[in-house]
Ligand binder design. Structure first.
Ligand SMILES: Nc1nc2c(ncn2[C@@H]2O[C@H](COP(=O)(O)OP(=O)(O)OP(=O)(O)O)[C@@H](O)[C@H]2O)c(=O)[nH]1
Length: 393
């Protein structure tokens, strides 16, 4: 029988977190730390990032023509349906997309045209790679990938020379058209060739991460979640909080979702299985749809989906999905066994502690002594207003 516990977040948790993160300066030069990520929409005095859009941390989308770069960006961040991407025109200039107004995680995505020769001498690659957090290189797995691998090697080595802190992510894309065996074989082959090429060019210290993706299922959201997570300095703190919440509330799996994009910005330390992730994504869709249909709107612009929103769905296999809003942009979605749902009061109480703890994590970042305008990795650009500020009891 499970013993219920009221959640207590140890005070040292926040102290040690702050100590770990303090004082790593960003000196603004190429090759130093990537700019820190901001969270939530900025307003008035806090509008630091939007005042200089080019200062935002950025994720670059590169790869050969028609590999699927624009489709990925449109499907993940603009709710385009995968079938509509068939009609996308080829990108012929760098498209900068600000992911900030509706989403918790703030950054820019730069979509590069496939045909661009960015090793042209007129190309300012110090500027492009200098403030870059992650570089996603998209390879079309349904096509011959030898040319793509050559371009990958060129791109990665060039970018690494300018900024060794970039996270390199390879999306082996369009795998929906491949059988399971062929998928695995392609991944193994691409991994092997890409690492061999790097070793041959004397860059064995560069680490590439590989993801099998398709816009026709949730794999693209999962892969993007992992890319974004690597760039969130608060990740270990968030994971720890989720672990504590799970242990004390008999929750089996929990995700902290950015509601708009449905990428999860953190999960507990148990492995993620795609089915659970898909279920949680679908739950968010259901809750948002129901909120918009039946949500009471007092003002014209107020969203029906707010920090008061919550939902509990019982599945016919004895599992329960439980969603609670953390703030306007973040939702906690948990999976637990139906028997463990008896004491929902404790889960709700623990959730309030969890929400308050999250608020404190981001407040600490907000109180960093270094001016946010310096954009140091230890001085995040955070809007405290974005975090739910109601004191829970
Ligand atoms: N089967 C399949 N097709 C995809 C996938 N992603 C994109 N596509 C298709 O690939 C084609 C090219 O997609 P784009 O997003 O325009 O490719 P791009 O890399 O931006 O192309 P450029 O702008 O020319 O560099 C479109 O017809 C998409 O529908 C996928 O996951 N699976």
């Amino acid at each position: 029988m499970y013993t219920w516990k009221i959640l207590q977040i140890p005070s040292f948790f926040f102290q040690s977190y702050q100590d770990d993160e303090e004082g790593v300066p960003f000196d603004g030069t190429a090759g130093s730390f990537p700019k820190d990520f901001g969270y939530g929409p900025f307003d008035g005095d806090h509008d630091i990032l939007s005042s200089s859009a080019d200062q935002k941390p950025r994720i670059l989308l590169m790869g050969l023509r028609r590999s699927g770069k624009s489709s990925i960006q449109k499907v993940v961040f603009h709710k385009m349906s995968p079938n509509e991407t068939l009609f996308l025109e080829s990108t012929n200039k760098i498209v900068k997309d600000d992911i900030n107004n509706s989403s918790f995680v703030q950054f820019q995505i730069w979509d590069f045209p496939g045909q661009i020769d960015f090793f042209d001498s007129s190309f300012d690659y110090d500027m492009i790679f200098g403030g870059c957090g992650a570089l996603i290189f998209v390879i079309d797995a349904q096509d011959d990938y030898i040319e793509a691998l050559n371009k990958l090697n060129l791109t990665v080595t060039k970018a690494y020379k300018i900024n060794p802190n970039i996270k390199f992510e390879v999306f082996i894309h369009k795998v929906d058209g491949l059988g399971d065996d062929f998928k695995m074989e392609s991944q193994r082959d691409i991994h092997q060739r890409a690492t061999d090429d790097l070793n041959d060019s004397g860059y064995d210290q560069i680490h590439l991460s590989f993801h099998l993706t398709s816009i026709y299922d949730h794999s693209i959201f999962e892969a993007f979640s992992k890319v974004v997570q690597k760039l969130i300095p608060q990740l270990p703190a968030l994971e720890n909080l989720l672990n504590i919440l799970n242990t004390n509330s008999a929750i089996e799996k929990s995700f902290l979702f950015d509601v708009v994009s449905k990428i999860y910005i953190a999960t507990d330390s148990t492995p993620v299985d795609m089915q659970s992730y898909e279920l949680c994504c679908d739950m968010i869709d259901v809750v948002i749809d129901i909120s918009w249909i039946y949500g009471v709107k007092e003002e014209q612009d107020s969203a029906a989906f707010d920090e008061q929103s919550s939902s509990l769905i019982k599945l016919n296999n004895g599992t329960v999905l439980y969603l609670r809003e953390v703030n306007k942009f973040l939702a906690l979605v948990c999976i637990l066994r139906e028997d463990n749902c008896d004491n929902k009061g404790i889960i709700d109480y623990n959730f309030l502690c969890f929400r308050e703890a999250i608020q404190q994590v981001f407040e600490l970042r907000n109180k960093s002594p270094v001016s946010p305008m310096t954009n140091s990795i230890g001085s995040p650009i955070i809007n405290g207003n974005n975090i739910h500020d109601e004191h829970s009891t």
